[in-house]
Design a protein around this ligand. Structure first.
Ligand SMILES: NC(=O)C1=CN([C@@H]2O[C@H](COP(=O)(O)OP(=O)(O)OC[C@H]3O[C@@H](n4cnc5c(N)ncnc54)[C@H](OP(=O)(O)O)[C@@H]3O)[C@@H](O)[C@H]2O)C=CC1
Ligand SMILES: CC(C)=CCC[C@@H](C)[C@H]1CC[C@H]2C3=C(CC[C@]12C)[C@@]1(C)CCC(=O)C[C@@H]1CC3
Length: 345
C-alpha cells in the first residue's frame, strides 16, 4: 500500500531536506509538499524530481498562518487522499530576530557557554505582530495553524486499523519560562518563538493523551542548529560567512550544531523508520552530528507536565471555536454584501 506523507514548509531548509531523504528511503511514497509560496514549491518539486524522476510529488497551497487557507488545504487533502501516514508539521517563522550581543559575550566567558550555543537561552528576542485573523503571527504559524490542520484532518488521521504519525519540528529554544498558560499567544513577551515551540511540545503530549486510542501518534523533534533561511535571517550574511569556521569548531564540543539541512532532518527521517508504539510521548528526539560528521538521533525528556498540557489543549479548543465563529460571521457578511450588490445591479 502506498504511504502518504504531507510536509508543511517543504520548499526549503529542513523540510526540503526531509523530502529528499524520504524519497531515498521509499520511492513508492506519495509525497505532498504543503507550501505557501507556489513558485518556491514548484522549484522544490523540480529539484526532487531531478534526483528521483519516478517519484510521486504533489503540491498543495497552504499558508499555516491563515485559518482560511488551512481549512481550504485540509479540504483538498481530504479530497485527494484516503489516508495520511505521516504529517510533518515543519513550517515555522522567527520574525524580526534580535541577538543580545552583551549577553552573548557575557555567556561566552561563563560556565553556561555550551548551553548558550545549543539553546540560545538569554540571547534571542523577536518582534511579533497581529495577523489578519487577529492572532499573534508566530503563535498562529508555528502552532495554531498546525493545530487546526490536525483537527480538520482527524477523519484521515484517526482511522481504525491505521496508525497516523504527526511530527512537530520543535527546537532546543523551546523553554518553559518563555511560555505562560495565561498568555498562550505570547502577546506580552519578547520570546514568541521560544513560547510557540514550547507550546508545540505541550500540545504533542496532549495529542498523545487524547488521540492515541484513535490511532494518532504525535512526536516532537529538534533539528539542532541548522544553517537555513531562518538562521541566516538572524544576523547579516557576511557575519555567518566569517564565523562558519568557528561554527565547525564549536561542533567538536556540542553535537547539536548539525549545521546542514540534511543533518538537521536526521530525527525527522529516523522517526519515519520507527514503530510508533516504540516511541516515548514525553521525549523530544534530537538530531545530532558528531565532530566527525556522523548523524544520529538522541531522545531527551521534555520539560512538560500533564496539567499544563491539558490546560493548553482546552484553551486551543476554545480559541478554535472563537476563530471559526468569527470566520463564519465574516462569510455571512460577505454573502449579504454580494446579495445586496446583485440586487442593486
Ligand atoms: N534552522 C534551525 O536552526 C532550526 C529550525 N527549527 C525549525 O525548523 C523548521 C524549518 O525551518 P528551517 O528549515 O530552519 O527554515 P526555512 O526558513 O528554510 O524553512 C521554513 C519553511 O516554513 C515555511 N513557512 C513559513 N511560514 C509559513 C506559512 N505561513 N505557511 C506555510 N509555510 C510557511 C517557509 O516557506 P517560505 O519559503 O514561503 O517562507 C519554509 O518553507 C521551523 O519550524 C523552524 O522553527 C528548529 C530548530 C532549529
Ligand atoms: C560564534 C558566534 C558569534 C555565533 C553566533 C551566536 C548566535 C547567533 C547563535 C548561538 C546559538 C544559536 C541558536 C540559534 C540561532 C543562532 C544562535 C543564537 C537558534 C535559536 C536558531 C533557531 C532555533 O530554533 C534554535 C537555535 C538554537 C541555537
Amino acid at each position: 500500500m502506498e504511504r502518504v506523507v504531507v510536509v508543511t514548509g517543504a520548499n526549503s531548509g529542513i523540510g526540503l531536506a526531509l523530502c529528499e531523504r524520504l524519497l531515498c528511503e521509499d520511492g513508492q511514497l506519495r509525497l505532498c509538499l504543503a507550501c505557501r509560496n507556489m513558485q518556491r514549491a514548484e522549484a522544490a518539486r523540480s529539484a526532487l524530481l531531478t534526483s528521483h524522476p519516478d517519484a510521486r510529488v504533489d503540491l498543495l497551497h497552504l499558508d499555516v498562518g491563515s485559518v482560511q487557507s488551512v481549512l481550504a488545504a485540509a479540504q483538498e487533502i481530504k479530497a485527494r487522499y484516503r489516508r495520511v501516514d505521516f504529517l510533518y508539521l515543519n513550517a515555522g517563522i522567527m520574525p524580526n530576530p534580535h541577538v543580545d550581543i552583551r549577553a552573548f559575550f557575557k555567556g561566552l566567558f561563563s560556565r553556561n557557554v555550551i548551553n548558550m550555543f545549543s539553546t540560545a537561552e538569554g540571547l534571542l528576542t523577536q518582534q511579533d505582530r497581529l495577523n489578519a485573523d487577529g492572532l499573534q503571527e508566530v503563535f498562529a504559524t508555528n502552532l495554531f495553524g498546525h493545530f487546526i490542520l490536525i483537527r480538520e484532518l482527524e477523519p484521515l488521521l484517526c482511522q481504525a486499523d491505521l496508525t497516523s504519525h504527526v511530527v512537530w519540528t520543535s527546537s532546543s529554544n523551546a523553554r518553559r519560562s518563555a511560555f505562560s498558560i495565561q498568555d498562550i499567544q505570547h502577546r506580552n513577551g519578547v520570546e514568541p518563538y521560544s513560547s510557540s515551540k514550547y507550546a508545540s511540545d505541550l500540545l504533542s503530549l496532549a495529542l498523545n493523551r487524547h488521540k492515541n486510542s484513535q490511532g494518532l501518534v504525535s512526536s516532537v523533534i529538534c533539528p539542532g542548529l541548522v544553517m537555513t533561511n531562518l538562521t541566516y535571517g538572524i544576523l547579516p550574511s557576511f557575519f555567518w560567512t566569517l564565523i562558519m569556521p568557528i561554527m565547525y569548531l564549536i561542533r567538536i564540543f556540542t553535537n547539536t550544531f548539525t549545521l546542514t539541512p540534511h543533518n538537521g532532518a536526521e530525527a525527522l527521517h529516523w522517526l519515519f523508520l520507527q514503530k510508533p508504539e516504540s516511541l516515548d510521548a514525553r521525549a523530544k528526539y534530537h538530531s545530532q552530528t558528531s565532530g566527525l560528521g556522523r548523524n544520529y538521533t538522541q531522545p531527551r525528556q521534555m520539560d512538560v507536565d500533564s496539567e499544563t498540557c491539558e490546560a493548553l489543549f482546552s484553551k486551543l479548543l476554545d480559541l478554535e471555536k472563537v476563530v471559526r465563529r468569527k470566520l463564519s460571521e465574516k462569510q455571512a457578511e460577505n454573502d449579504a454584501h454580494q446579495k445586496y450588490l446583485s440586487e442593486v445591479e
